[in-house]
Design a protein around this ligand. Structure first.
Ligand code: GDP
Ligand code: IMO
Ligand code: MG
Length: 420
């Protein structure tokens, strides 16, 4: 079987965790392939809500294998906290969790470097989640990093050497820190990792493929945060796009099957950077309130705006999306009119192509107005109950994006999911 990939088409938080959990019964194996605890994936079922950061969203189905792939960066401290939190809620998940020995480790000094770098940038900061993502991927590509497999040998020695290097680097910044505070829980985290199932995940995944097992790869962040194609430099430090699934798992491009692209019926962004359709008025506030748009990882208010088809088309193209998933249409139920950006006007020139730079120029979205559905969607069970205006909205997006919308999510719960 080929590997299906589910990934975000906007600036993250599209509802990936919820939908991966919904799709998990169809699959044998769920994998994460990039990012780290900067992700916050929310799942709700049976009046239970949980936010996952390092662990794949298939973990609540006890008969499935969940793999943290080589492309992920793993923080032993937050990882252990996550495991302990799940245990407290009655989920003992370690027997179903396999971790690539090639995944890189986020160390306490990576988090300090992240904080120091952001502080030094002042107004131009990225708005990082401060989980140490950037510095860890820098050490990976700089060929200095420590990997999960290192916990099995002389980790402590290697850690002290890299830490010393980082302490020297930190002298570059005017930044005060207490290293012991950041190191709290490291030893326990490393011990916890030593007791996990550590594997050569590229071999395992390719074996599953040969055995005709079904695999779903769960993206983190979103296409517009991709290191190559996102709104650079206001991006994360990994390839969030479909190609990242190949390098982040050791799966050849011809082994990729369906590509599920997930997006909100509107758009949000958390952190700094350009956002052409952002709303600074009461409408934006209304969306934030109705959609509970506050970061799952940091609690920061998310910036809200209308859906942006210029950016979405770009994301569909870059990822080779074969099926679309739309979430949070229920959040727009109170609006008489819903706006859809179909083009950008830059220096008087109209374009439908996502441009090289949207940071340093005035981007004026060109909007088409569509009538709102003015109906609560959260109790709907099938497409036949859709208000006409919602069906028209979906048809409009499908025509523009040239890909079918196969799943419509109408609330945070597992059950609030309609397959078309
Ligand atoms: P992820 O990072 O892509 O997994 O998304 P997050 O969990 O960070 O943010 C999505 C938020 O929207 C979470 O609070 C979900 O519980 C919630 N959510 C997901 N789908 C829907 C939906 O269709 N409607 C509503 N109202 N909430 C949703
Ligand atoms: P999920 O998987 C939304 C954003 C941060 C910041 C930028 C860089 O839940 O969709 P980083 O911590 O990676 O250095 O931050 O990327 N960001 C996210 N925004 N959802 C996420 O993950 C994000 N992960 C990172 O806010 O702007
Ligand atoms: Mg999230």
């Amino acid at each position: 079987m080929k590997v299906d990939v589910l990934l975000g088409l906007q600036w993250g938080d599209e509802g990936k965790g919820k939908v991966v959990d919904v799709l998990t019964p169809k699959y044998d194996v769920i994998t994460r392939f990039q990012g780290g605890p900067n992700a916050g994936h929310t799942l709700e079922f049976d009046n239970f809500k949980h936010v996952l950061h390092n662990i794949p969203s298939g973990i609540f189905h006890s008969d499935k294998v969940n793999i943290i792939g080589n492309g992920v960066v793993l923080d032993p401290i937050t990882f252990k906290k996550e495991i302990d939190g799940l245990k407290e809620k009655g989920f003992d998940i370690l027997k179903n969790l396999h971790i690539s020995k090639k995944a890189h480790l986020i160390l306490p000094t990576h988090r300090i470097l992240d904080a120091a770098s952001e502080a030094s940038k002042g107004k131009t900061k990225i708005g990082s989640t401060l989980k140490g993502i950037g510095p860890t991927y820098m050490d990976k590509t700089g060929r200095n990093g420590l990997r999960v497999g290192d916990v099995l040998t002389n980790f402590e020695e290697k850690y002290e050497a890299l830490k010393a290097k980082h302490v020297e680097m930190l002298k570059m910044y005017d930044f005060e820190y207490n290293i012991e505070e950041f190191e709290a829980g490291l030893q326990e985290g490393i011990e916890c990792l030593r007791n996990c199932i550590l594997i050569d995940s590229e071999h395992a995944i390719n074996k599953y493929i040969k055995e005709e097992k079904t695999i779903l790869a769960e993206g983190a962040q979103g296409t517009l945060l991709d290191i190559d194609f996102g709104s650079y430099p206001f991006v994360t430090s990994s390839n969030t796009i479909c190609a990242g699934a190949c390098t982040g798992m050791g799966v050849a491009p011809n082994k990729i099957g369906e590509v599920y692209g997930i997006f909100k019926a509107y758009c949000t962004r958390v952190g700094s950077g350009p956002f052409p359709t952002e709303l600074f008025d009461e409408t934006g506030e209304e969306i934030r309130k109705a959609g509970h748009e506050f970061g799952s990882t940091t609690g920061r208010p998310r910036r809200c705006g209308w859906i942006d088809l210029v950016a979405l088309k770009y994301a569909v193209m870059i990822n080779g999306v074969t099926q679309l998933i739309m979430t949070k249409g229920d959040v727009l139920s109170d609006f008489d009119t819903i706006k859809v950006a179909t083009a950008y006007k830059i220096d008087g020139v109209v374009t439908e192509e996502f441009p090289y730079d949207i940071n340093d120029c005035e981007v004026e979205p060109v909007y088409t107005d569509l009538p709102g559905w003015k109906k609560d969607l959260t109790g709907l069970k099938s497409e036949s109950e859709f208000p006409q205006e919602l069906s028209d909205y979906i048809s409009f997006l499908e025509k523009e994006l040239e890909v079918p919308i196969k799943i419509v999510s109408v609330g945070p719960d597992r059950d609030q999911t309609i397959v078309r």
